[in-house]
Write a protein that binds this ligand. Structure first.
Ligand SMILES: C[S@@+](CC[C@H](N)C(=O)[O-])C[C@H]1O[C@@H](n2cnc3c(N)ncnc32)[C@H](O)[C@@H]1O
Length: 279
């Protein structure tokens, strides 16, 4: 490995729990972006190339401790947690495990995501659930809106599954920068329109609207999400904590949908079809 240009050490924020999802979600809620997450021997670690300045960063969530680790160790442990993940016809993998690059033309599809500063390597249960549910929706020649695109992984999956075009948005500018690079790597720049913002940045409606966004933020934009779904189209949401499934069902029902909520291990996925007018 070429370590030229890397800092001599990295910082790990270590939490004594094997629950990597809990650490990931807590950082997301606190608005803190790390470079990567790993779990080993019952300890979850969020990695940072430099230790965040406490005066410029929100307080670290959960009860953890900082540890400085030489870059060589960090590099290897970071990669250990990033095995390829296959969901149906889609495999998501990092560049060093994809010597032949991406493949979106025919199954099995390969989506190559460089782990970086945005959420969406495909490993999180919420992402996996959407990748699975998308494969039950007819996408050939359809328009898709991806709200909260992160790395762009779901937008790329939609193109692999036959979507004509995707509009993908994220409130985080850094996520759009990362997604722009990933979209270019896959040669799909002409079919995926990336914009900073949320539902208001999407023009028109879409046949499939995807949103993998943490529960509170998702429910806050429920009405806006529903408005983006074309008559006869489908809304697919992830990021609903299992214990808030009933609440999510009723919020989306109040917004005019008839959602089906399928609980997972910790997260539920919500699917709803928008009726065609007059039927
Ligand atoms: C859990 S990540 C999902 C990333 C990727 N779509 C995936 O499934 O792996 C949620 C993303 O939504 C973005 N986000 C949060 N609230 C949002 C909102 N109201 N509108 C658009 N994006 C939002 C975050 O910046 C983050 O990149």
């Amino acid at each position: 490995m070429d370590l030229t240009g890397l800092p001599p050490s990295s910082w790990g924020y270590r939490v004594d729990s094997p629950d990597l999802d809990a650490l990931s979600d807590a950082l997301d809620i606190a608005g803190i972006t790390c470079d990567g997450l790993t779990e080993q021997d019952g300890v979850s670690t969020a990695w940072f190339s430099t230790r965040p300045d406490p005066s410029a960063t929100p307080p670290m969530p959960l009860d953890g401790r900082w540890e400085e680790v030489p870059t060589t160790d960090w590099s290897e442990s970071w990669k250990d947690g990033l095995d390829p993940i296959t969901v149906g016809a889609l495999t998501i993998l990092p560049p060093w495990l994809a010597p032949d690059g991406p493949q979106l033309d025919q199954p099995p599809y390969r989506i190559v995501i460089e782990p970086g500063m945005a959420f969406g390597t495909g490993h999180h249960e919420t992402t996996t659930a959407v990748l699975r549910a998308m494969q039950d929706v007819e996408l050939a020649d359809r328009r898709v809106a991806d709200i909260g695109t992160g790395t762009g992984v779901l937008a790329l999956a939609a193109i692999a599954l036959g979507a004509r075009e995707v509009i993908a948005v994220d409130v985080d500018e850094l996520a759009i920068t990362v997604a722009t690079e990933n979209i270019a790597t896959h040669g799909t720049t002409d079919r995926i329109d990336l914009r900073v913002g949320s539902c208001e940045a999407v023009d028109g409606t879409a046949d499939l609207v995807i949103a993998n966004i943490i529960t509170d933020k998702l429910l806050a934009i429920a009405v806006d999400l529903v408005a983006l779904v074309a008559p006869g189209g489908t809304l697919l949401c992830s990021g609903v904590a299992v214990d808030r499934s009933d609440e999510a069902r009723s919020v989306f029902a109040d917004a005019g949908m008839e959602p089906l909520v399928t609980p997972g291990r910790e997260w539920s996925v919500l699917v709803a079809r928008r009726p065609v007018e007059g039927r």
